[in-house]
Design a protein around this ligand. Structure first.
Ligand code: ATP
Ligand code: MG
Length: 159
């Protein structure tokens, strides 16, 4: 299905906004207009809900979560960046594995099964995209998704 990624993300952010607001985590959204991709919107909503759920769960109050969508040629970049707890370097290779959680003691307090990111990865893979992560302990985490975009249909209209 052809989806306007900016509008799509906006509708997801509207759903998450109350939760961010009540924890005092600021949401920022930047998107390049006319960014289209062929995605399954139901599954992709799950991707962003899982990433935003993590950003919120692993951030403290008075921090910022920023979503930035840019496109270059036919590639769409989606960054979800938080200023949360960060992930230790030794754990980074495993966070997309099923049931993997970094801090087993913290895990009981924050809930969760360690499934969110494995589902995210599965959906991105099924769309032929990529996902990677950069993180610094006590500084924050950035998930980077790349997707093949669709050219603007009017691009060659004058030829
Ligand atoms: P679930 O998503 O199933 O509720 P979960 O959030 O623990 O549980 P994942 O979303 O798969 O599981 O994340 C795996 C682990 O990676 C988490 O337990 C957490 O330690 C770490 N993690 C994921 N996202 C972040 C983030 N934005 N900041 C810090 N740590 C993160
Ligand atoms: Mg999660």
């Amino acid at each position: 299905e052809k989806v306007n990624i900016c509008l799509f993300m906006q509708s997801i952010l509207r759903k998450m906004e109350p939760a961010f607001e009540s924890k005092g985590v600021k949401l920022e959204f930047i998107c390049q207009k006319e960014t289209f991709a062929h995605i399954d919107p139901i599954r992709f909503e799950q991707v962003f809900l899982n990433l935003l759920d993590n950003a919120l769960k692993y951030s403290d109050t008075n921090t910022l979560t920023a979503i930035e969508i840019t496109k270059k040629e036919n590639i769409i970049d989606i960054n979800v960046r938080d200023q949360g707890h960060g992930i230790p370097a030794e754990d980074l290779p495993y966070i997309f594995d099923r049931l993997y959680r970094v801090d087993k003691s913290r895990s009981r307090l924050t809930g969760g099964y360690g499934l969110g990111l494995s589902i995210v990865k599965e959906i991105i893979d099924a769309h032929g995209g990529t996902i990677s992560v950069e993180s610094q302990l006590n500084k924050g985490t950035c998930f980077k998704i790349t997707l093949k975009g669709l050219y603007d249909e009017n691009r060659f209209a004058d030829r």
